[in-house]
Design a protein around this ligand. Structure first.
Ligand code: PMP
Length: 416
């Protein structure tokens, strides 16, 4: 590092230019505890955005479990070890409709890749449907389902992206575009292997869709012989408050569920849960092996995270604090706030100007104004005008009060 090079320049020199940081003035974080983060100058930030540190940054029980296991044994997945078995048994109890076996992996992208290959193996078909405003990960297969940046070489013929829920895409419109896409895949000779969806449509801007919204689409998928794949990477582990899984909130019964981000509270552990018949087809077709997936340290992190969720009753907490924060957000009454979205500790607001146009620039400015005031949150949605608030699950009423007070000030700054 030379004397004049900034940390950001050094990052670009060493990691390349395309790993974006948050904020115009990026934060260098050095320490975390609960809902709090500290930067290199000792400044404290309220974290209203981090869904990876699910049970709070550096939760002592998770840290201790990781340290203890790392000091005892860590190895690859070819030996017998009870940690991952205990975990799958415990987590399996939280699934209905026969989902009882897991492929442990290391990232959400990998989990979705495996889920897609499970669907191909189980159905003998190759086609997939997803929404046109989503993100499910970055493997070659999964990045075919992303519209953020079209895949190099263009989309493959076996992919159909349907208009995302929200706006005028009601349940009926969603179902008919799914049915049409399934028909097209059939006619093109691919057939439908599966529909991949995030049950709260997180990356689509989490539109408030009612329970039952996806029923007709799911029926169309089943009629075409495809599987329903739920990406719970963002929605899972109690974040929605009312339920442990987003698919329970939506009221659908998926054939495979992928999970990641919050699963190990920051330790890279992820997985796909499915039925034994689908697992058998997958193993038969792909003979899948993963060196790090579900290793003893990963299993210790995942077991400890699940224990904290249970012992601290964090799902109920997400429901109650989320409802309170949403109520206070509604009470701000600033003219830019055109509507509220979300549930539990995944919520936000839609920002529009008086003429109804998306307040995308104002939302971007608001995120920056919050950062300057020491509160971290972000924005999403096809137009970037949805304020996205998604704190660690230990966020309490006092944290919500501080976030709302700061937001009220910041709104007055960006749109007086
Ligand atoms: N699915 C969803 C819904 C996501 O939001 C993301 C990441 N933002 C992924 C999958 C990919 O997870 P990972 O970055 O761990 O590969």
């Amino acid at each position: 590092m030379n004397q004049t090079e900034t940390l950001l320049q050094r990052r670009e020199r060493l990691l390349g230019p395309s790993v974006p940081t948050f904020y115009r003035d990026p934060v260098e974080l050095v320490h975390g505890e609960g809902v709090w983060l500290w930067d290199a100058d000792g400044r404290r930030y309220l974290d209203c955005y981090n869904n990876v540190a699910h049970v709070g940054h550096c939760h002592p029980r998770v840290v201790a479990a990781i340290a203890k296991q790392a000091g005892t044994l860590n190895t690859h997945s070819r030996y017998l070890h009870r940690g991952i078995l205990d975990y799958v048994e415990r987590l399996g109890a939280r699934f209905g409709h026969g989902l009882s076996q897991m492929v442990p992996v290391c990232t959400g992208s990998e989990a979705n890749d495996v889920a897609m290959r499970m669907a191909q193996a189980a159905t003998g078909r190759t086609g997939f449907i997803a929404t046109d405003a989503t993100y499910h990960g970055n493997t070659a297969l999964v990045s075919q389902l992303s519209t953020r940046r079209p895949p190099v070489g263009g989309y493959a013929g076996n992919i159909r992206l349907v208009p995302a829920p929200g706006g005028d895409v009601d349940a009926e419109a969603f179902a008919s575009s799914v049915a049409r896409a399934a028909q097209e895949l059939e006619e093109a000779g691919h057939g439908l292997a599966g529909l991949m969806l995030c049950p709260i449509f997180a990356n689509e801007g989490f539109p408030d869709v009612p329970p039952g919204y996806a029923d007709a689409a799911v029926a169309a998928v089943r009629k075409a012989g495809g599987l329903v794949l739920c990406d719970e990477v963002q929605a899972g582990f109690g974040r929605v408050g009312s339920h442990f899984w987003g698919h329970e909130l939506l009221g659908i019964a998926p054939d495979a569920v992928s999970m990641g981000k919050p699963m190990g509270n920051g330790h890279p552990v992820a997985g796909v849960m499915t039925r034994p018949d689908i697992m058998a087809a997958f193993r038969g077709a792909f003979g899948y092996f993963n060196t790090f997936g579900g290793n003893p340290v990963s299993a210790a992190a995942a077991n400890a995270t699940l224990s904290v969720i249970e012992d601290e009753d964090l799902v109920t907490k997400a429901r109650d604090v989320g409802a309170y924060a949403r109520e206070r957000l509604a009470a701000i009454g600033h003219p830019l706030i055109a509507g509220l979205r979300g549930r539990g500790l995944f919520f936000g607001a839609e920002l529009r100007h008086a003429d109804g146009s998306a307040a995308s620039d104002a939302t971007a400015d608001l995120v920056e104004a919050m950062r300057r005031r020491g509160v971290l949150l972000n924005r999403i949605g096809p137009e970037g005008n949805i304020l996205k608030i998604r704190p660690p699950m230990v966020f309490d009423h006092g944290h919500a009060d501080l976030m709302i007070a700061t937001l009220t000030e910041a709104l007055d700054e960006v749109a007086p």
